[in-house]
Design a protein around this ligand. Structure first.
Ligand code: CMP
Length: 227
């Protein structure tokens, strides 16, 4: 099994299937590649496919009428997006833009529908993924109301660390691949305020700032600040 198949078999869609089922579903998949900075689809487009990331990172964004951007999420290998317009056939709720070069598995909604009806376990796993997203969205909304910007920055870094972190001798390396502007869009604050929070964490030696990455030295202190 190569890396891509391995990533795919852990995605919510495939987790539920036995070998034979997975093989059947896999035959409907086509591979899609886009380069860093390229837009896969835009908010408001008609949507007929969902995607599972095999390699790289994708950001999901919404743009306000005045042009400001809100970054809903950054997704990496094994994570899925583009399924809302499958369950609720209306335009895309967000834009999907490549943060790095990305390789994805694309699956047409029409190809997936028979699986939802014929294999309820596939539907249950997709519902679980949706439920997890709703939980996360509720947490993010509560944080916007109840938590200050440094707390939100700490939380966002810990969330990115959970998904993209690699423990090395000198700390937990988190290559989030986001610019400081994008990090600010993710926590819903200005770049200046987010930079100030990061500089403060660095001065306390909780982390080290690198280009599009941080190295976390003291996750416990960061966790306490995130509360
Ligand atoms: P769809 O609306 O088809 O296209 C945009 C996709 O972004 C959407 O499906 C979801 O897969 C994803 N998405 C929308 N809102 C969020 C969110 N709050 N958190 C994470 N992903 C989201």
């Amino acid at each position: 099994m190569d890396d891509a198949e391995d990533v795919l078999s852990r995605a919510p869609l495939f987790e539920a299937l036995d070998e034979e089922g997975a093989k059947g579903l896999r035959s409907s998949i086509n591979e899609v590649r886009i380069n860093r900075g390229q837009t896969l689809f835009s908010e408001g487009d008609d949507g007929d496919r969902l995607y599972v990331i095999l390699d790289g990172k994708v950001k999901l964004t919404r743009t306000a009428p005045d042009g400001r951007e809100n970054l809903l999420s950054v997704l990496g290998p094994g994570e899925m997006f583009g399924e809302l317009s499958l369950f609720d056939p209306r335009p895309r709720t967000a834009s999907a833009v490549a943060v790095t070069d990305v390789r994805m598995a694309g699956l047409g909604h029409d190809d997936l529908r028979p699986w939802l009806a014929g294999r309820p376990e596939v539907a249950v796993h997709l519902l679980k993924a949706l439920a997890q997203r709703l939980r996360r969205t509720n947490d993010v909304m509560a944080d916007l109301v109840f938590t200050d910007v440094p707390g939100r920055v700490a939380k966002a870094l810990l969330d990115l660390a959970d998904r993209f972190g690699q423990q090395r001798e000198d700390g937990l390396h988190v290559h989030h691949d986001l610019t400081q502007e994008e990090l600010a869009q993710l926590v819903g604050a200005s770049r200046e305020t987010v930079n100030k929070a990061l500089a403060d964490f660095a001065s306390r030696n909780w982390l080290r700032i690198e280009a599009k990455a941080v190295v976390i030295h003291d996750a416990d202190r960061l966790r306490r600040r995130a509360r």
